[in-house]
Design a protein around this ligand. Structure first.
Ligand SMILES: [Zn+2]
Ligand SMILES: [Zn+2]
Length: 422
């Protein structure tokens, strides 16, 4: 095939220019906050055994049904590009014997994930997530703390209008009995359900609550809710979690229809949203407790709770609120030069400016002073440094203050201190 022009793969994107500012500020905030709360960073392979996700994520979910990128290696192994982070973290917890360390083990990750979704605005096939996992602790205070840590990350990023939805989806004590009640109800309303929900009734009835089809909304409102059918242990776990959230004064509300798309959750589940300028609600991520997953993937029974958030979603919310305005352009010094010797001296001067943390803009490849000055005025720099032929020979530079119009010639080694004085 003779292809001369390449495009990025469908549903994937470059993170470039202004977007990198948002991207990097999210990464450094996640690292800083996670580190403060005693989380260690974990990097796992992008590829894992396909079965890890089939088992971990659950076979009757959209992710494993149609969204996984899988491949067969030359050696015949079936691998998958990771669609989410928790299964990999649990695999590593078991494989590297983390159960023998003091519990709980607190881990966080940041990186790319892959889902072969239908392309649509704001959804990518390669997307970035950060996540936090606490393994080896069943106390509800950990559930509340995970929610609080994510809230801290989002508020440190200056996001506003954050809301949190929480629910409990019970454990094996109470959920199986509840599922029967729900299936009975759904069967009685079968004629009113969309085709997906008819299928879900058999395969994964809880996921009926994820249905966005308008047809199913009335049935949903009337449906029996798990939160009213919790066993004593789940009920008191949930109550205690909410009391901790109250103590932290977090903006949460109970959503009895929140079940999350993944099979492995138990007890607490939660989701975070922000309200955009147009008043739309944007989902940023969520998480929950997954007390059975470690055992399901071959480890000892280990209670655990975690969260995962979409970095592109957070970037979108930050852009919507105009949260980043890098260094003001007037704080940047413009350096203009004429001639080979002046370019050479400029290269050295830029190093001194960089060490003094003075941002500088230049057009080293240009020769005409007029072109350089036009660029300087477009940027609006307060100071312009000019090294012409004469200055280059004399080891000096002209500093022009564009606000006062004053200009003076100073020795090259005095330029940094002069600009610092303002
Ligand atoms: Zn439906
Ligand atoms: Zn229960």
């Amino acid at each position: 095939m003779k292809k001369t022009k390449f495009q990025k793969p469908t549903g994937m994107h470059d993170i470039i220019f202004g977007d990198q500012k948002y991207f990097q500020s999210i990464i450094s905030t996640v690292e800083g906050v996670s580190d403060y709360y005693g989380f260690s960073k974990i990097d796992t392979p992008i590829l894992e055994d396909e079965d890890l996700f089939l088992k971990g994520v659950g076979e009757a979910t959209d992710i494993s049904e149609k969204e996984m990128y899988t491949l067969k290696t030359k050696g015949g192994d079936r691998l998958a590009l990771r669609p989410e982070g928790t299964a990999s973290v649990v695999r590593s917890y078991i494989e590297s014997g983390m159960a023998n360390r003091p519990q709980p083990v607190k881990l966080y990750y940041i990186g790319p994930f892959f889902r072969h979704e239908r392309p649509q605005a704001g959804r990518y096939r390669q997307f970035y997530q950060f996540g936090l996992e606490v393994l080896g602790d069943s106390n509800p205070v950990i559930d509340a703390q995970i929610i609080n840590i994510v809230y801290s990350i989002l508020t440190d990023l200056k996001l506003k209008n954050i809301s949190i939805e929480v629910n409990s989806i019970g454990d094996k004590e109470c959920r199986n009995a509840y599922k029967k009640t729900l299936v009975k109800y759904l069967k009685s309303k079968s004629s009113l359900l969309c085709s997906d929900c008819k299928r879900r009734t058999k395969e994964n009835p809880l996921r009926f609550f994820d249905c966005k089809d308008p047809k199913c909304q009335a049935v949903k409102a009337e449906a029996p809710k798990i939160i009213d059918n919790l066993c004593e242990d789940c009920h008191s776990h949930f109550k205690q979690t909410l009391e901790y959230l109250d103590g932290l004064e977090l903006p949460y509300q109970i959503n009895p229809c929140l079940v999350r798309g993944l099979d492995y959750y138990t007890k607490t589940v939660f989701e975070f949203f922000v309200t955009t300028k147009e008043g739309k609600s944007l989902a940023l991520g969520g998480g929950g407790r997954y007390d059975y997953l470690v055992k399901l993937l071959g480890g000892k029974e280990t209670p655990a709770v975690g969260a995962a958030f979409g970095i592109e979603r957070i970037m979108q919310a930050m852009k919507d609120m105009n949260l980043i305005d890098g260094p003001k352009s007037k704080d940047k010094v413009f350096l203009a030069q004429i001639g080979i010797l002046a370019k050479s001296k400029s290269l050295v001067l830029i190093e001194s400016l960089r060490r003094a943390k003075i941002p500088v803009v230049e057009s080293l490849g240009k020769d005409a002073l007029k072109i350089q000055m036009t660029k300087a005025s477009r940027i609006g720099s307060k100071f312009i440094i000019i090294i012409g032929h004469k200055e280059a020979t004399e080891n000096s530079a002209i500093i022009k203050n564009m606000e006062t119009g004053r200009q003076e010639t100073v020795a090259l080694d005095k330029v940094v201190s002069k600009i610092k004085k303002g």
